[in-house]
Write a new protein. Structure first.
Lengths: 448, 570
C-alpha cells in the first residue's frame, strides 16, 4: 500500500518488459501493458462486477481450491485494487456472446471491453531485477503420490487451508472429503432430475412409483412407456445411495487430525534440485504451530534430514514447535501409499532409532522447494547477464547485489532462495546500489 | 488556497457528513439514503450527502464543493477504514482550504456492513451510532498544524566492518556527509580475521582492502578510528552524538540519522570441550591459521554448535556450518590425505551455493557424523569420543587438531550502546529490529537503522546487503528537506503532578520528568517530546489525573463519543 500511494512510484502492474536498450545511467525500457479491460483510474475495487459475473473459474490465488470469476482480483489486498477481465474465459471475448453483465453493474463505469495493450517507453538509470521464483512441481516426485493421492497436498495449499480467508475458512479439511463435497451439488442435481422424471410418470399414470414398480415387477404392466419408468426407478436407487453416502461424508467431515510434513521435496535431491531451498523448514515449522493452534490435540510430524532454522529467532521458534508437541523425525520419507479410508501412509527409516517404520496420517504436506522463475531466463537473454548453474541470477560475493552488468542489480529469491527479512534487506540494499550507480555514472559523465 | 485553512474561522461547528455506498459493499447491506437523512438531523450538521464512492474523483469533488458552498468547518466521511483512506480525505479538505485536522471518519464498512451482513437491522442501527459518534467528536475538533522540524543531512555509521563500510560508502554516494566510527585502529571488523570468503573463495584481505580504499577515497566520509560512542541525545533529524577517542578526547556531532553496525564477536571458548588454544581451537582461530599459512594437522575433528543451540544460548549462529564446510575443503585442498571429520547436529548449508559446497566437501572425502545434543562428543587426550546415534555405538576419533565452531555473540557493551540510543536488544543481546520480517533494518525509533552481525550472525554478502539497505533506509530521512510529523501527539496538562507512571510505559521514550521550582519547592513535571511521540495514547490511558492527553483523542472528545454511543440505549 505504501508503494501504491507513493507519489514517486509509478506502478506498472499487469505489464511485461519487452526490450531494454542503453546502459547504466541511461536505460530505455520498453514495457507492454496488457489490457485489463478495466479502467484502473475509474475502478474503485468494490467487487460488484465479480459478484455478478456469470463465468465461474478456478481461483488461482487459492491454487484452484476455491472459485473465482472471469473478472477478478488476484487477492483481496492486491495493489492496484483494480479488477481485471481474464479474456481467455470471459464470455464476451470467448463465445462472442453479448454478456456485458460487469459493464451493466459497474456503477463507476470502469469496464472497457475495447481497451488495448499499450507499449510504454520508460527511461531508467538503473534496473533492479526482483523477478521472484517458482515452486517445485510436487507431482514430479513419483513416490509421494501428489496428484494421485488426494490427501497429499503442497505446503502452499495447506497454507490456504489454514487461512481464515481461504477456501475452507481456516478448516484443515481433507481433499478427499472436499472432492466429495464439491461433487455434491452435481449429485443433487442429477438426483432431482430423476425425481422430476418420476414425478412426471406418476402424474401421467396417476400412481406412485412404488405402486407402479411392484406391479411392473409382477408383470402386471407392460409396454415401452412402462419400461422407461422402470429404468428410471432402477437408475435412481444407486444414485440415491451415492447421494446419501456423500451427504453423510460431508456432514461428518472433520479436520485432519494427524498431519505429516515431508521436507526437501524437490530440494537436496540429485534427481531434481541439489540445492537447499532455505525457507521450507521454517514454513513447515510455522504451519505446524498454526495447525496446533487450530487443533490443540493435533498430532503433527515433521520429517526432515536437517532442520535448517538459521535465521534470527528461528531456532527458538523450532524449539517452540517441539515444546508445543510437534514431533521431528530425522528421516527422508521413502514412499507414501494410501489405504481404503484415503489415509496416506508414510514409509520411512527413523534414522535416530534405526528402524524402518510406517505411519498412517490424515494428511501429508509436501514442503516443495524453490525453483528459478522462467523470467530469469528471459532477462538473462535480454540483458546478457549470466545465471548460476541452478538458474538464478548470478551475483558477486562483493558487491553482493550486482549482476555482471553495471547498473543492473538483483534481490530476493530471483538470486536464490531466501527468507523474508533477507529479501527485504536486499531490496533496500538494491535501492542503495541503484543510487550509487546513478551517482557514479553522473560523475563519470562529468569527467568525460 | 492556504492548504492549511489558517484563515478560515472554524469556531462554529458546521458539519458536512458524507455517506459512502462503496458500490454495494455498504449499500448492499445498509440503507445509505436513510443514513444520510439521519445524519442531516444530527446537531451541527448543516449538510449531508451520499455518494456511490466518496473516494472517487467525483466524491472528493463533492466534499470540496460543499466546503465552500455550505461554509463547512468540519467534515465527516462515513465509509471504510481510516488506515487506507484517511490521508486522501484529509488532503482533500486541505486543498479546499479546511484544516485537515477538522476531519473525522466513521468506519461503517469494515466495522459494520462487512461484519454484520446477516443482521441488517442491527447493522443499520450500529451505522447510525457510528455516525452520531463521529459527529459528536467532530464538534470538538480543533485545527492543528503539522509539526515540522529541520534536519541535518549528515549520518553517523557506527562500526567499520563489512556492513558499516558498505553503508558509509553508499550514503556518501547519495551525497550525505558521513562519519564512520570504528573503535579499533583498523577498518574491516571480523573480516580481517578471515582467510577466504565462501562460497566463491576470494581472499578476505582483498575484499577489505578494496572496501577501505573506496571509503578512504570519498571526500565526504570522515573516518573516526579508535573512537567509541559515549552518548546520544536529540531526535530524528538532529541526533546529538557524543564520541570519545582513545586519548579521551570528546567529539560532538549532530547528525540526521544513525546506522548501527557494531558487529558481533566469536564466543570465547575458554572452558568448552577442552579448549586450550593449541590442539583444541575455535573456527575463527583456524581461519587465522589458514590465512597465515600456519595450519598443519593431519587429523582434524570439527565440532559444531559448541556453546550454541543450548540452554544458555538458544540460537543457531547461522554461519558456523558454512565456515566449517568451507574450511574442510581448504584443508583437503592443502593436503588431500588429511582427514577431516565434522560432528554436527543439523548441517545448516542453506541456499544454493552453500549446499553445493557441502556436496563438494563430501566429494573430497570429508566425513560428516551427526551427534545427539543430549550425548555430545567428548574431547579426550588424542581422541574425540562420539556416540553415533545412527549406529548406536560409541567410537573414538583420533585427532591432532580439534576445531570448535562457536557462535557469534553480541559484544559485551551492546546493552550500553542500546541504552545510549534508547533502542532495544533481544534475549541474546543482539539489537532488536522494528519488525522481524518486514522491517529488518529499522528500529521503532525513527532515524536509527541496523545492519550486519549487530542484528544477527550474517555472511559477508548478507552483511553487505544489509549495510547497503540500512543506507537506503537512512536516506529516506536524509533526502528530505524537512521532517513533517502529525500534530496528534501527547501534551502534558496543568494537572500533571510528576508521578511518572506514564514515563516508564511510553514505548517511544517520548516522556521525561523535569524538575521545576514552585513556592520555593522543587517539583516534578512531565515533558513530552512531540517528535518522539507517535500518539499511541498509552500515557493518557495510564494517567489517573488527566495530566497528559493526546490531541485528537482528548478526554472531552472521547466522552462526547461515548455519550453519543450511549444515546441509543436511552
Amino acid at each position: 500500500m505504501d508503494v501504491g500511494r507513493h507519489p514517486r512510484i509509478r506502478l506498472l502492474a499487469y505489464s511485461e518488459v519487452e526490450k531494454v536498450e542503453g546502459e547504466v545511467g541511461n536505460f530505455r525500457v520498453t514495457v507492454r501493458k496488457k489490457p485489463r479491460y478495466v479502467n484502473e483510474s475509474k475502478c474503485t475495487g468494490c467487487g460488484s462486477c465479480a459478484e455478478k459475473c456469470p463465468t465461474v473459474t478456478s481461483d488461482a490465488y487459492n491454487l484452484g481450491l476455491g472459485k473465482s470469476k472471469a473478472i477478478f482480483k488476484y487477492f483481496a489486498q492486491g495493489i492496484p485494487s483494480s479488477y481485471t477481465i481474464d479474456a481467455s474465459v470471459c464470455r464476451n471475448f470467448q463465445q462472442g456472446k453479448k454478456c456485458g453483465v460487469c459493464a451493466k453493474v459497474c456503477q463507476a463505469g470502469a469496464i472497457d471491453y475495447k481497451q488495448e495493450e499499450q507499449i510504454l517507453e520508460v527511461d531508467a538509470g538503473a534496473i533492479i531485477l526482483a523477478t521472484g521464483y517458482e515452486l517445485f512441481d510436487a507431482g514430479r516426485v513419483p513416490e509421494y503420490g501428489y496428484g494421485r493421492i488426494p490427501n497429499v497436498v503442497t505446503a502452499l495449499e495447506f497454507e490456504r487451508f489454514l487461512s481464515a480467508s481461504g477456501p475452507t475458512h481456516g478448516h484443515v479439511y481433507r481433499r478427499s472429503d472436499l472432492q466429495v463435497e464439491a461433487k455434491l451439488p452435481e449429485l443433487e442435481k442429477a438426483s432431482q432430475k430423476v425425481l422430476r422424471e418420476l414425478e412426471k410418470f406418476e402424474k401421467t399414470f396417476s400412481m406412485t412409483s412404488d405402486e407402479f414398480f411392484e406391479k411392473f415387477e409382477a408383470g402386471e404392466l407392460t409396454g415401452a412407456q412402462y419400461d422407461e419408468w422402470a429404468k428410471a426407478i432402477k437408475g435412481y436407487a444407486p444414485l440415491k445411495q451415492q447421494l446419501e453416502n456423500a451427504r453423510k461424508q460431508v456432514d461428518c467431515m472433520e479436520s485432519a487430525h494427524r498431519i505429516a510434513f515431508i521436507q526437501c521435496v524437490g530440494s537436496r535431491d540429485k534427481r531434481f534440485n541439489e540445492y537447499c531451498s532455505g525457507f521450507c523448514c521454517m514454513h513447515s515449522v510455522k504451519e505446524a504451530i498454526i495447525a496446533r493452534e487450530h487443533d490443540r490435540e493435533a498430532e503433527i510430524y515433521i520429517f526432515g534430514m536437517d532442520i535448517r532454522a538459521v535465521g534470527k529467532g528461528f531456532e527458538e521458534y523450532r524449539n517452540r514447535a517441539g515444546e508445543a508437541g510437534v514431533t521431528f523425525v530425522r528421516s527422508r520419507v521413502a514412499e507414501v501409499t494410501e489405504n481404503a479410508a484415503h489415509n496416506p501412509i508414510l514409509w520411512f527409516e527413523d534414522t535416530k532409532n534405526r528402524i524402518v517404520r510406517s505411519l498412517e496420517v490424515d494428511l501429508v504436506v509436501l514442503a516443495t522447494g524453490c525453483e528459478p522463475s522462467p523470467a530469469a531466463h528471459k532477462f538473462s537473454a535480454m540483458l546478457g547477464i549470466p545465471l548460476t548453474d541452478f538458474g538464478f541470477y548470478k551475483t558477486k560475493t562483493v558487491p553482493a547485489l550486482d549482476t555482471s552488468r553495471p547498473g543492473i542489480f538483483t534481490c530476493g529469491c530471483a538470486q536464490g532462495p531466501m527468507d523474508i527479512p533477507e529479501s527485504v534487506a536486499q531490496a533496500s540494499g538494491c535501492a542503495a546500489r541503484a543510487a550509487q550507480a546513478l551517482s557514479e555514472s553522473e560523475s563519470m559523465r562529468l569527467v568525460s | 488556497m492556504s492548504g492549511n485553512g489558517e484563515d478560515m474561522d472554524v469556531t462554529e461547528a458546521r458539519i458536512g457528513v458524507f455517506v459512502c455506498h462503496c458500490g454495494t459493499n455498504i449499500a448492499g447491506y445498509l440503507d445509505c439514503e436513510a443514513l444520510m437523512e439521519y445524519a442531516a438531523t444530527l446537531p451541527n450538521v448543516v449538510y449531508a450527502k451520499n455518494n456511490l464512492y466518496t473516494c472517487s474523483e467525483s466524491g472528493i469533488g463533492e466534499i470540496q464543493k460543499a466546503i465552500s458552498d455550505h461554509r463547512l468547518t468540519r467534515v465527516v466521511v462515513s465509509s471504510c477504514s481510516p488506515r487506507t483512506h484517511m490521508p486522501l480525505f484529509k488532503s482533500a479538505c486541505a486543498e479546499a482550504g479546511l484544516n485537515p485536522y477538522l476531519f473525522e471518519m466513521a468506519n461503517i464498512r469494515d466495522q459494520c456492513s462487512w461484519v454484520h451482513m446477516q443482521e441488517r437491522d442491527a447493522a443499520q442501527a450500529k451505522a447510525k451510532d457510528l455516525i452520531r459518534m463521529a459527529v459528536a467528536k467532530a464538534v470538538l475538533l480543533t485545527p492543528q498544524k503539522d509539526i515540522e522540524a529541520s534536519l541535518v543531512k549528515k549520518a553517523m555509521v557506527l562500526g567499520g566492518g563489512m556492513a558499516g563500510l558498505s553503508s558509509a560508502s553508499a550514503l556518501a554516494d547519495m551525497g550525505v556527509e558521513v562519519f564512520l566510527v570504528e573503535r579499533e585502529a583498523e577498518l574491516g571488523g571480523l573480516l580481517r580475521r578471515i582467510n577466504r570468503v565462501g562460497p566463491s573463495g576470494e581472499k578476505a584481505s582483498d575484499i577489505v582492502a578494496d572496501m577501505v580504499r573506496q571509503v578512504r577515497d570519498k571526500p565526504n566520509i570522515k573516518l573516526l578510528l579508535e573512537t567509541e560512542l559515549a552518548g546520544v541525545g536529540g531526535v530524528v533529524g538532529n541526533y546529538e552524538v557524543v564520541l570519545k577517542t582513545k586519548s579521551g578526547e570528546e567529539i560532538k556531532q549532530t547528525v540526521g540519522s544513525i546506522v548501527v553496525a557494531t558487529g558481533a564477536v566469536p564466543l570465547n571458548a575458554e572452558g568448552l570441550c577442552g579448549y586450550d588454544g593449541k590442539r583444541v581451537i575455535t573456527q575463527i582461530e583456524l581461519e587465522e591459521q589458514l590465512r597465515d599459512r600456519k595450519f598443519e594437522a593431519k587429523n582434524v575433528v570439527m565440532i559444531q554448535c559448541v556453546g550454541a543451540r543450548s540452554a544458555e544460548r538458544k540460537y543457531c549462529s547461522r554461519i558456523c556450518c558454512l565456515s566449517a564446510v568451507k574450511n574442510s575443503i581448504y584443508i583437503k585442498e592443502l593436503d588431500p590425505s588429511a582427514h577431516v571429520h565434522v560432528l554436527y547436529r543439523d548441517i545448516q548449508m542453506y541456499g544454493t551455493e552453500n549446499e553445493k559446497l557441502l556436496w563438494d566437501s563430501r566429494g573430497k572425502g570429508v566425513r560428516y557424523d551427526i551427534y545427539d545434543a543430549s550425548r555430545p562428543p567428548v574431547v579426550k587426550d588424542g581422541a574425540v569420543e562420539l556416540y553415533q546415534p545412527l549406529t548406536g555405538m560409541t567410537v573414538e576419533i583420533p585427532f591432532d587438531l580439534v576445531v570448535l565452531s562457536t557462535p557469534l555473540v553480541a559484544p559485551a557493551d551492546s546493552q550500553t550502546i542500546a541504552n545510549y540510543m534508547r533502542i532495544p536488544v533481544d534475549g541474546n543481546n543482539f539489537f532488536l529490529e522494528a519488525h522481524a520480517k518486514l522491517r529488518p533494518l529499522d528500529f521503532a525509533t525513527d532515524g536509527i537503522y541496523l545492519a550486519g552481525t549487530a542484528r544477527y550472525p550474517a555472511t559477508v554478502p548478507e552483511a553487505q546487503a544489509q549495510g547497503l539497505g540500512a543506507a537506503s533506509r537512512a536516506n529516506t530521512i536524509l533526502s528530505k528537506d524537512k521532517l513533517t510529523f502529525s500534530a496528534l501527539v501527547s501534551q502534558v496538562t496543568d494537572r500533571c503532578d510528576g508521578c511518572g507512571f506514564c514515563v516508564d510505559l511510553c514505548p517511544y521514550k517520548a516522556l521525561s520528568l523535569v524538575e521545576y521550582e514552585k513556592d520555593g519547592q522543587i517539583r516534578k513535571k512531565n515533558r513530552s517530546d512531540s517528535i518522539l511521540c507517535k500518539g499511541c495514547g498509552v500515557c493518557a490511558a495510564t494517567c489517573p489525573k488527566g495530566g497528559v492527553v493526546v490531541l485528537g483523542f482528548t478526554r472531552k472528545q472521547l466522552e462526547a463519543q461515548v455519550d453519543a454511543a450511549l444515546e441509543s440505549l436511552q
